[in-house]
Design a protein around this ligand. Structure first.
Ligand code: SF4
Ligand code: SF4
Length: 101
């Protein structure tokens, strides 16, 4: 499984994020109730992937990157940065899937 405990459901490598640590241990640790989702709600990606589809992460889903990914885009990203972010997350999920195989 390697680094999987810090790879999020949507393919983000949490340990490289500035929020990782005291502020956030990643959505695997808090079951999708991450600090940036208001009112103690669950992240929409986490909800769909883990609760509805019962996948460990979006890498198991043929729809990825789906419209929920687009909807939960971090507003700080430019179009170009967001496209790059999606490519990196898809690559991370693919790598994770091959490590588990
Ligand atoms: S967007 Fe959702 S699934 Fe992705 S890292 Fe954040 S909490 Fe996890
Ligand atoms: S539809 Fe698929 S890719 Fe989108 S959040 Fe759900 S499991 Fe992940």
């Amino acid at each position: 499984m390697g680094e999987s405990n810090t790879i999020s459901v949507c393919g983000t490598q949490c340990s490289t994020c500035y929020c990782f640590g005291e502020l956030c241990q990643g959505c695997n640790a808090c079951e999708g109730k991450v600090f940036h989702v208001p009112d103690g709600k669950t992240c929409a990606i986490y909800e769909c992937t883990v609760h509805t589809k019962k996948f460990a992460n979006c890498g198991a889903c043929e729809a990825a990157p789906c419209e929920i990914w687009l909807r939960t885009r971090d507003p700080k990203f430019s179009d170009e940065e967001f496209e790059k972010n999606i490519r990196e997350r898809m690559a991370m999920l693919k790598k994770e899937a091959s490590a588990d195989a």
